[in-house]
Write a protein of this length. Sequence first.
Length: 138
Amino acid sequence: MATDLPGAALDTGPGAATAPHAVYQSWLDREVLAFQACGACGNAVFPPRSRCPHCGGPELGWRRSSGRAVVYSATTIEPRGGEPYCVALVDLAEGYRMMTDIVGVPASDVRIGDRVTLRFDQSDDTVIPVFGPDEEAR
Ligand SMILES: [Zn+2]
């Protein structure tokens, strides 16, 4: 049993959901960015799964992310007739990588290595995790 897991512990989920992606979304609906950590090898696991992709172990516990991340890669999407926006891969402080939108800054200004922090986009029916510039780092 690994004792030094990344992030803060969460219980199994706020709702009745048991499928990994459903539990993840139920935490998002409460504005919590959750990820899993493996009780056997201690690695962070994302996106949500039933078994650890590192060691195959089934002991995946839910953890709360700090929402602090660094841009690993970024690209600007320029839809015809729409505003450009930035899609990025970000490395979270807890040791996992996720794809997200970068908001609050012109898409062309996003650079690899930029520090970003979590925000929640509720413009649709579903809560979506997005990231914006880390104001403390500026
Ligand atoms: Zn593992």
